[in-house]
Design a protein around this ligand. Structure first.
Ligand code: SF4
Ligand code: SF4
Length: 298
């Protein structure tokens, strides 16, 4: 089973559009796949696929929070002054943990003279498996408001995606990765067979791709680059193409022009390749998907 990860250093460059069109193309071409949305902060792959019917929903506990037993607490205030995150406040002479600010470090537990504090596992997010209208399931991680440790949730998404794919005898797991270069993107890329790096011809996107490439190189995964909104700047596109092909030695899988049909497709919750197969962007996205199929899933 191959893992194809669609990543970008910068958010908003079209990663989900590429992932959605690839997932649908592969399915229509007869390749059994499972999709996974590892962008747990802002999951939108399922929206781009028209929504889905929930098959299963599981809460993931990957963070810890302080819990105070009021029956034991003497109101000494030690925990309030010791918490470096300002996560405990005194209310009516009793400490209250501000859940969103608690990092679960356990200092309050150490300084409590009467063992009134416990640090307990807390729900970080929800993992859902949903059926899409295109005939493949999609695994999504939904990070809870104010929670951290999203890398752990991403790892859970990948694990569940692999298990679902193996259970169905799927040939590929198509992952819409978290943007950036932090823990969630590292968890997204770990175990990948191939990375599609999506960028656009702007200095910010190039700088963020440079940072992403360092992460990808660490894993030694083959890479193909997609330049989206390619006609934003002809001059900068030439600079980007030169850097990608000459300095990085990566192939450019395709260059997608700005196409208002992509926006219309997103509004209509459909991959643009399904919404309007004749749109310029659709033709190029289909060619990119075909190329990835031929090279990664021959
Ligand atoms: S666990 Fe750490 S962050 Fe949370 S309330 Fe206690 S001291 Fe503050
Ligand atoms: S340190 Fe313990 S006893 Fe003191 S206020 Fe905090 S929870 Fe209560």
């Amino acid at each position: 089973m191959k893992e194809i990860v669609v990543a970008s250093g910068k958010g908003g460059v079209g990663k989900t559009t590429v992932a959605a069109s690839l997932a649908v193309f592969l399915t229509k071409a007869g390749t059994k796949i499972v999709a996974a949305d590892a962008d747990v902060d802002a999951p939108d792959l399922l929206l781009a696929l028209g929504g889905g019917k929930t098959i299963s929903s599981t809460e993931i506990e990957a963070s810890e929070k302080a819990v105070i037993d009021e029956s034991k607490c003497t109101g000494c205030g030690n925990c309030v002054s010791a918490c470096l995150f300002g996560a405990i406040v005194m209310q009516n002479h009793l400490p209250t943990v501000v859940r969103l600010m608690c990092e679960g470090c356990g200092v309050c537990k150490v300084v409590c003279p009467v063992n009134a504090v416990e640090v307990k596992k807390a729900v970080t997010g929800t993992l859902k498996i949903e059926d899409t209208k295109y005939g493949f399931p999609s695994v999504t991680g939904y990070l809870r408001l104010g929670e951290h440790n999203s890398g752990h949730l991403v790892a859970s998404v990948k694990k569940s995606g692999r298990k679902t794919a193996e259970g169905l005898g799927a040939k590929a797991l198509v992952v819409d990765a978290a943007p950036g270069i932090g823990c969630p993107v590292i968890a997204s890329i770990s175990g990948a067979s191939y990375v599609i790096a999506v960028t656009e011809p702007t200095p910010a996107a190039k700088r963020d791709l440079e940072r992403l490439v360092k992460v990808i190189k660490h894993f030694g995964v083959p890479v193909g680059v997609v330049i989206n909104k390619a006609n934003l700047s002809d001059d900068f596109r030439a600079t980007l193409e030169d850097w990608v092909t000459r300095e990085l030695g990566y192939q450019i899988l395709g260059e997608i022009p700005i196409d208002y049909e992509v926006v219309k497709a997103l509004v209509n919750m459909a991959p643009v390749t399904e919404f309007n197969p004749n749109a310029e962007a659709s033709k190029i996205l289909t060619a990119i998907a075909k190329r990835v199929k031929d090279e990664v899933l021959p």
